[in-house]
Design a protein around this ligand. Sequence first.
Ligand code: CAA
Length: 263
Amino acid sequence: MHFEHLILHKETKSATIVLNRPKALNAIHEGLLHDLKTVVAYLEKASDILVVVIRGQGEKAFAAGADIAAMCDMNSKQAEAFSKHGGDVFTSIEHSKKPYIAAVHGFALGGGCELAMACDLIYASKTARFGLPEVTLGVIPGFGGTQRLMRRIGIAQAKELIYTGKTIKADEAFSLRLVNQWFDVDTCEALMEKVTTTTEMICKAGPCAIAQAKQVIHQGQSVSLEQGMALEQNRFGALFDTHDLKEGMTAFLNKKTAQFHGK
Ligand code: CAA
């Protein structure tokens, strides 16, 4: 598959989406959003792909935000539509049945940070810089940042980052629990090697179970504990109708490695 603004690498069982506008620090414009929408929909249907990694092209940025040059002359209707377009694409990542991992090397600012937060896991190199600097441009985060940041790190810390627009390093992002882990590496390639450890572990698990876990955790965020428990019990039961579950449990009892087929 060919895209104008991103590159798709398919490996065995995993895929990497590379945001490919390095001259603009991978800033996100309509064209990139369109490509992202297409690739996410394509990967959702690709039964051989179990986990997806997103990274930026080049050593300098994951993505330095929405494209300021493209936004500068928008009127309010166009800006709202752009915000909705980005919001919808990022939500399709959050709603995907496959885990998405953001591998952040360099700047993840504004829309770049928002894209990372739509992913399930965020791994960072020591060069990573996070922030939502939108207020310094006279605007607010528009691709879900006001909503996802507070859900990840709590309302007080989210307000501080959003009101100040400050940029934080990988270790501080880890302390705030914005990122899962940061690694003492300074190249994108070295970060990707670290990320591979996690992708390989996810690829060995049962795809139906991973999909259900993702969905139940996500839905559980916005319901009561009782409703969340009921959801979990229902999905736990549903997995007993899958071949994957029989395969996983039988393999364990026979001291073999399970061969899952995602059904
Ligand atoms: N949009 C468009 N172009 C961008 C960009 C962005 N968000 N970020 C960087 N670029 C471009 C620069 O204009 C520059 O282009 P030229 O070479 O043609 O001049 C190129 O990328 C390299 O950037 P810099 O020269 O600025 O690089 P630097 O190392 O000096 O600074 C930086 C790096 C601190 C990340 C700086 O580029 C910067 O502050 N970028 C903007 C970050 C930002 O404000 N992001 C939020 C955008 S608004 C948003 O995201 C709204 C939303 O939620 C939907």
